[in-house]
Write a protein that binds this ligand. Structure first.
Ligand SMILES: [Fe+2]
Length: 222
């Protein structure tokens, strides 16, 4: 039957398209983002993603689920900000077939509650949908009320808040609340921490510089 054949054809083609849709949405989010005027790293990451699409260089890693992925069921793309809504729609659609990971040190150190409510997907970077050793970017999810302890990494970083709410601390400075659409920039090795609000939080992050070294927790001073 024509309808069934068509559905089968669509099914065979749909999984790579969901990954490409996510790469495309994140590329377009960064390219031309108003923040890119003061943070050129965003345009750089966006262009690398666009080039990967042009070169058909989006890979298809084996899907790998994590408990945190269940929280995407409560993430709706209704922010009123088209670029963010497009990323959220692409992320939630592709969520079940993506390769979810956690920073290895965190998996060995943080509480089971944290690990059941935290994880991310690397869109570009080592092991990402787009392989790169000069840039990293992806989507991270944290459950309501989590506290992400102070951490550091050699890469320059920009976070954008896409869903929920979060408070950010840079160094030992004050905690600053951020709303959907707002960003936070961290210099290489700058210490930073987050406290998440009452809803599931989705952050995009972009890294440039030394993206081969994972984030690590900063020991608590006694
Ligand atoms: Fe960071």
């Amino acid at each position: 039957m024509v309808v069934r054949d068509g559905a089968e054809d669509l099914g065979e083609a749909s999984e790579p398209d969901l990954r490409r849709d996510l790469v495309s949405a994140l590329s377009d989010f960064y390219v031309g983002h108003p923040d890119s005027e003061r943070l050129p790293m965003l345009g750089e990451v966006g262009r690398l993603l666009a080039e990967a699409l042009e070169d058909d260089a989006v890979v298809v890693p084996e899907p790998r689920g994590l408990p945190v992925a269940r929280l995407l069921e409560g993430v709706a793309a209704g922010t009123g900000q088209p670029g963010i809504d497009r990323v959220l729609r692409a992320f939630t659609a592709a969520g079940p077939i993506l390769h979810w990971v956690q920073t290895a040190e965190y998996a060995a150190t943080l509480s089971q509650h944290f690990l059941d409510n935290y994880g991310y997907v690397r869109v570009i970077g080592p092991g990402g949908l787009v392989e790169s050793d000069v840039a990293g970017a992806g989507l991270g999810v944290w459950g309501a009320g989590l506290h992400y302890p102070r951490h550091e990494h050699p890469a320059e970083e920009t976070y954008h808040l896409l869903h929920g709410s979060s408070s950010f601390q840079r160094g030992t400075g004050p905690w600053v609340d951020r709303a959907v659409g707002e960003s936070v920039h961290h210099d290489p090795w700058e210490h930073h921490a987050q406290r998440f609000g009452d809803a599931t939080c989705v952050l995009s992050w972009a890294w440039t510089g030394d993206v081969s070294v994972n984030a690590r927790l900063v020991p608590v001073e006694s």
